[in-house]
Design a protein around this ligand. Structure first.
Ligand code: G1P
Length: 300
């Protein structure tokens, strides 16, 4: 039995250019789905999966993420004075304990692999988790928790995976699958963002990883890959043969909150999932659906 990770890395240094102007002065990870920032969903998922140490790899202009997980002294005072117990509890519950969280800067945006590598001095010689906040996953059991249970048996490197339309393989890390057993897909290779005609499959990496320490040795090489960036996918791929790699087909719905349509859909889905908003959102969706011209799919 392998010991699942205690530490999680959250790469949050990206510029978020796809969401300009919203992200000009605000980190994209702070964009709210309903009333909670994307990064908080990721942190809550990690916490609910048993993670005890949280490392944020940040960049310039990202300080509101640090403030978000810190005390809000003025806010606490106002909420107490007004007797707003529920809000007070919510803001207290989301705080991470002193010493449980570390922030480190990625000084240059050199890629996801580089961001993860920036955390190398803060981790031990054991498995770590990586969560990308813009992959938002709605699931009964947190996606990372599902992976941890599978990891206890399978070990090695693991990433959450799902099938995507072939036309979209150039947006993901793609598995070269050798065999499937239950929810695990063993791979003999990984390719970052291949063109649809070159993709070895349509099984794609979604932003949840459990990494063997060997990946950091590979990241030390600082080799640029697809798009001229240091890719996490490449570093993991280079360990195959020494460490097994499995894609994990998780149970749950993933929303690509790195795209506008995915982000908007997440807002609708999470509102529909909330007792206090389900009715209002149902009415809204019905009203708009009725107004759509016949034959037009709401997703188009
Ligand atoms: C990153 C990874 C890619 C993965 C994707 C999941 O790409 O490089 O392998 O499939 O996250 O969202 P990005 O979306 O940062 O370009």
């Amino acid at each position: 039995m392998r010991r699942p990770p205690r530490t999680a890395i959250f790469p949050v240094g990206g510029l978020g250019t796809r969401f300009l102007p919203a992200t000009k002065a605000m980190p994209k990870e702070m964009l709210p789905v309903v009333d909670k920032p994307l990064i908080q969903y990721a942190v809550e998922e990690a916490r609910a999966s048993g993670i005890e140490e949280f490392i944020f790899v940040t960049g310039r202009g990202k300080s509101s993420i640090e403030d978000h997980f810190d005390h809000g002294a003025e806010l606490t005072e106002v909420l107490s004075a007004r007797g707003k117990e529920t809000e007070l509890r919510a803001s207290r519950d989301m705080m991470l304990e002193p010493g449980q969280v570390a922030y480190i800067r990625q000084q240059d945006p050199l890629g996801l692999g580089h961001a993860v590598w920036c955390a190398r001095r803060l981790i031990r010689d054991e498995a770590v988790a990586v969560l990308l906040a813009d992959d938002l996953i709605m699931a009964k059991e947190p996606c990372l928790k599902q992976m941890m249970d599978a990891y206890r048996v399978a070990g090695g490197n693991m990433a959450a995976v799902m099938d995507v339309p072939r036309a979209e393989t150039n947006r993901y890390g793609i598995l070269d699958v050798v065999g499937e057993e239950g929810k695990l897909a063993a791979a003999k290779g990984l390719v970052e963002k291949p063109a649809p005609e070159d993709a070895p499959s349509t099984l794609s990496i979604i932003g949840r990883y459990i990494l063997d320490p060997l990946v950091f040795t590979e990241l030390d090489r600082q080799e640029a890959g697809a798009g001229g960036e240091i890719q996490l996918t490449d570093a993991i791929a280079r360990t195959i043969g020494r460490v097994p790699f499995h894609g994990f087909r998780f149970d749950g719905r993933r929303f690509d909150c790195g795209s506008k349509a995915g982000f908007l859909e997440a807002n609708i889905a999470f509102a529909l999932d909330r007792d206090d908003l389900a009715q209002a959102m149902t009415d809204i969706v019905r009203r708009y659906a009725k107004a759509l011209p016949p034959g037009k799919d709401a997703a188009s």
